[in-house]
Ligand binder design. Sequence first.
Ligand code: SME
Length: 154
Amino acid sequence: MDPLYRELFALVHDDARAPAVRLKDAMAAIQKARPRHQWTGVYVLKGDVLDLAAYVGPETPHARIPIGKGLCGKAVTTRQDLDIGDVNAQPEYLACSIETKSEAIALMWHKGEIVGQIDVDSHTRGDFGADAMRSLATAAHILAPLADEVRVGR
Ligand code: SME
């Protein structure tokens, strides 16, 4: 198994520490495994709003995103992961950094519902692709129960 996934599983099952702290460590682990990426975060879905629960990278002005707004909101309304090779070609795009060129979003599903998403930004155009999306979707799948704990405030 990819050592990253092993680390993520360990964080999900580490009941001794608060879920939000473990989610932050999970974002750091993903970013460390993919050093080319500049921002890695997780939003949890609370009602109609995506709420930034943990991230590594520069601070973002988009800590709360209504569903239907931005690429993050679009992923929820279309119920699809997004691989955006050129963010500036997307009318919905909400910029975190002017240096961001591409972005990947993997939805987190738990008990048949969308509970959140992992969002990754890169300074390189077209930086993701099928393999990166598969890997991000696996990370989102592993971390979904932890994101749900943070979402419901356990
Ligand atoms: N670019 C996202 C907003 C989140 S930032 O990238 C951290 C969007 O368009 O929804």
